[in-house]
Design a protein around this ligand. Structure first.
Ligand code: SF4
Length: 375
């Protein structure tokens, strides 16, 4: 006799939860109860969902259904309040998810949209935070400045594993989503657009079932052009950030080998065609590497490149790491670069790194227990 296939509730949308209830001879409203229990109440175990009849709970458990919560394996706490979580899944794989209380200064670390109108005065300090979410175990894109790239890609995360990172941290931090402001950035380990369907399903669950508005979510892509085009057609979608990191093709190929597949002409073409909502801007992220892409000429090239795109630029001075062949530019250089963009009318922000001491900053996620020990 074969064992029943395991089904995780986490990752199922309302329709699928309703189908599950109906397949088990339950009324349709049980689907809503399941969604409520998993996504709103974050109940730890199936047998604790007291809104469901006991025989239904037993029956689900017997047929291999579980909630499928990921497990918090470790927390690394930075002096700046950032927490890097190591989160494990049923097959023994793990990813990192980062909690940044008080936000990271805005969805993209620039303070440009840290508050909504009128919100600032009545929110207590820790009533806003940003969670940086992983979409794959490792990453295949191989950006040369990124520690995650050193892992290669092991597998895609499921929609339940992507949404589950958010939910276990909300539970760990005791967050009331209705009252406290939570920003989500899909900028952790992995390239979300190489795991597009699972990423988008997780987004819809986070919006529709968990209750986090899409306007408070940002996804960052290294530039998977066909998926940018798909993403443009989504009715529910986070804001888009594009990881630029170079001002011409030759330079970008050396820093981001994927530029050989989708060059700047294709990337900027997709950016220009991307339909933006009212007051929305595309974010371009630019990691400054000393002596490589941080010259004044590079800044002027970026200005030319972004001509005609409603854009803002986040500048990130490289967060150093072992095996990374670049160094961090000095502050003056970063400011000079910023000023050239601002003088050309492009909003440009210097993003302050979070959790540097625990390897939680951008491009540093590598399940780095040993790295923290080294410091
Ligand atoms: S920067 Fe992002 S896309 Fe590039 S290798 Fe790192 S995780 Fe992957």
């Amino acid at each position: 006799m074969s064992l029943p296939a395991k089904v995780d509730l986490l990752g199922l949308n309302l329709q699928e939860l309703t189908n599950l209830a109906v397949e088990n001879q339950q009324p349709t409203f049980r689907g809503k109860q399941l969604a409520e229990a998993v996504y709103r109440q974050r109940i730890p175990a199936l047998e604790q969902i007291s809104t469901l009849p006991q025989n239904f709970r037993f029956h689900l458990a017997e047929s291999g259904v579980d909630i499928g919560w990921p497990e918090i394996l470790k927390r690394f706490v930075s002096h700046d309040g950032t927490i890097r979580y190591l989160i494990g899944f049923g097959d023994g794989e793990s990813v990192e998810t980062v909690w940044m209380p008080e936000g990271d200064g805005g969805e993209a670390g620039d303070g440009s949209d840290a508050y909504e109108d009128g919100e600032q005065q009545h929110l207590h300090e820790w009533h806003r935070a940003t969670i940086c979410i992983s979409s794959q175990v490792g990453c295949a894109v191989n950006c040369q400045f990124c520690l995650t790239a050193k892992l290669g890609v092991k597998r895609n995360l499921t929609a339940g594993e992507i949404a589950g990172q958010v939910l276990v941290i909300l539970r760990d931090q005791g967050v009331d989503v209705g009252k406290e402001r939570i920003n989500l950035v899909f900028m952790g380990m992995g390239e979300p657009f190489l795991n597009y369907d699972n990423f988008m399903k997780a987004v819809r669950i986070l919006v529709e079932e968990v209750g986090i508005p899409e306007s408070r979510m940002t996804v960052s892509t290294a530039g998977i052009v066909p998926r940018i085009e798909d993403f443009a057609k989504e009715s529910i979608r986070p804001k888009l950030a594009i990881s630029l990191n170079a001002s011409n093709d030759e330079l970008r190929e050396s820093v981001m080998p994927l530029n050989r597949k989708w060059d700047l002409e294709a990337l900027i073409g997709a950016a220009k065609a991307f339909p933006l909502r009212n007051r929305e801007r595309l974010t371009f992220e630019y990691v400054l590497l000393s002596g490589v892409n941080d010259k004044k000429e590079n800044a002027r090239e970026v200005v030319r490149l972004l001509n005609g795109v409603r854009a803002k630029v986040n500048l990130i001075a490289l967060n150093p790491g072992p095996e990374i062949p670049y160094s961090t530019p000095d502050e003056q250089r970063v400011h000079e670069f910023q000023n050239i963009l601002i003088d050309a009318g492009i909003p440009a922000f210097i993003r302050r790194p979070r959790g540097l001491d625990i390897y939680a900053a951008c491009g540093q996620l590598k399940r780095t227990e040993e790295l923290v020990a080294l410091r």
